[in-house]
Unconditional design. Structure first.
Length: 288
């Protein structure tokens, strides 16, 4: 009798857990598919470097997983230019997500573009080639934490530079810029590269990387900027090269525009408030 009761309670508990999981999944899908409304004079596209991950309050009615902040460079830029913003940026997105969707059950980021759009900014590509991912894994591997122990035990290390998919990134980025131009033929398209995280040489305590690791990831940072610039210029976009502009403001500098290692909740290796402000100012300067 007791075994039957136990089996019954276990079955009920399992059913309850499944119901909760189903409700949570539905909520995540509905939350992720939220689309900003309003006049898309300015549409911002891209990943967490544009979304402003870790920079404070989330934009109202934006997907929680996107970490779209009111303090990212797109809202700052919209205020500076007096344009109505539709911010489609999302943390973790790759270039393909902006073009055709797929991330967090979302449709393409470009879905809000219209013929009336005057400005489009794009900051993407780092997730395509595993830039921030590997910075975090490498720095965490060097830490005396359970995470560091786990990474040391189970991770083989970052891929070679040649295996990071830069060619695929360039192809997708070119298609994305062309599609933006088709949807919004009158818009100015600005491609902003990632602000420099690594210094021109060496390493520092904030990075928690060895000199060899920093040198390896500096190559990724440099090639990412070079490949992005090449495509953007070839496709007729305005380039704002924050990797070069921010070379003296790495996470190791006295006045950093990016963060070093830290908990995931603080978005390590991402732009800080000064970096977001510097990017918005650089875009304004490029447009004027």
């Amino acid at each position: 009798m007791r075994k039957r009761r136990l089996a019954k309670w276990l079955a009920l508990a399992a059913a309850a857990l499944l119901a909760v999981a189903a409700i949570l999944a539905i909520w995540l899908v509905l939350d992720a598919r939220r689309t900003p409304t309003g006049n898309p004079e300015y549409v911002a596209l891209g990943s967490s470097y544009a979304a402003g991950a870790g920079l404070g309050p989330r934009q109202l009615d934006s997907p929680r997983l996107c970490q779209r902040s009111n303090n990212g460079y797109p809202p700052r830029l919209a205020r500076a230019l007096g344009l109505a913003l539709v911010d489609m940026t999302c943390s973790g997105s790759v270039t393909k997500d902006a073009l055709i969707g797929g991330q967090f059950f979302q449709d393409a980021q470009i879905r809000t573009l219209s013929p009336a759009t005057k400005l489009v900014t794009l900051t993407a590509g780092g997730n395509d080639v595993g830039f921030v991912r590997d910075l975090y894994l490498l720095s965490s591997r060097n830490s005396d934490t359970w995470l560091g122990w786990t990474i040391r035990r189970f991770w083989d290390g970052p891929p070679r530079l040649a295996d990071r998919g830069f060619g695929k990134l360039q192809t997708t980025l070119a298609t994305l810029i062309r599609t933006i131009r088709q949807r919004s033929p009158s818009a100015r398209i600005v491609v902003a590269t990632y602000p420099a995280v690594l210094p021109p040489k060496g390493t520092c305590q904030q990075l928690r990387l060895t000199a060899s690791e920093a040198g390896s990831m500096r190559q990724v940072q440099s090639v990412l900027a070079i490949k992005t610039r090449e495509v953007a210029l070839r496709e007729g976009a305005v380039v704002v090269d924050m990797t070069t502009i921010g070379a003296d403001h790495s996470a190791c500098s006295a006045v950093p525009w990016t963060r070093g290692w830290g908990p995931l909740t603080m978005a390590p290796f991402h732009p800080n408030h000064a970096g977001a402000l510097a990017t918005s100012k650089a875009v304004v300067a490029a447009l004027r």
